[in-house]
Design a protein around this ligand. Structure first.
Ligand SMILES: [Zn+2]
Length: 132
């Protein structure tokens, strides 16, 4: 189970819509399964409308900032501007953090849709998500 405050979902949706059709990505910082902050990281993939790659320097800076603030990384998120909120084959094969929540925000439907999974050895486990 991971909990996300409503205002952070709105922040994520605003950011994802602004950058669409490019995917956005970033870290989720918090504690004990509750997200307290989102830390967007620039997507520097060669085809950002199809995939994401966190800019390495900004990724590291965000990780350090999260640690400095006494929070931990509880997950990662990215957007799917035109596809459902399920991890792609590439998302599954590149997921490096089996303990983290992987959140995907889809803008493909009329309403934004957010789903959470854990990904371990390329296998998906749906994760409960509570937005409040
Ligand atoms: Zn994806």
């Amino acid at each position: 189970m991971i909990e996300l405050p409503e205002r952070l979902l709105e922040e994520m949706v605003t950011h994802a819509r602004r950058e669409a059709p490019r995917e956005v990505c970033g870290w989720l910082a918090g504690a004990e399964g509750r997200v307290r902050e989102i830390h967007p990281v620039p997507n520097v993939a060669d085809a950002p409308e199809l995939r994401f790659l966190m800019e390495p320097g900004a990724q590291l800076a965000a990780m350090r900032e999260i640690e400095r603030r006494g929070l931990e990384i509880v997950g990662t998120y990215h957007s799917h501007p035109r596809t459902p909120a399920d991890p792609s084959a590439r998302d599954r094969s590149l997921a490096l953090y089996p303990d983290l929540a992987h959140l995907i925000l889809s803008l493909a439907g009329e309403e934004p849709e957010l789903r959470a999974h854990r990904i371990s050895d390329g296998r998906l486990k749906p994760l409960g998500l509570k937005v409040q």
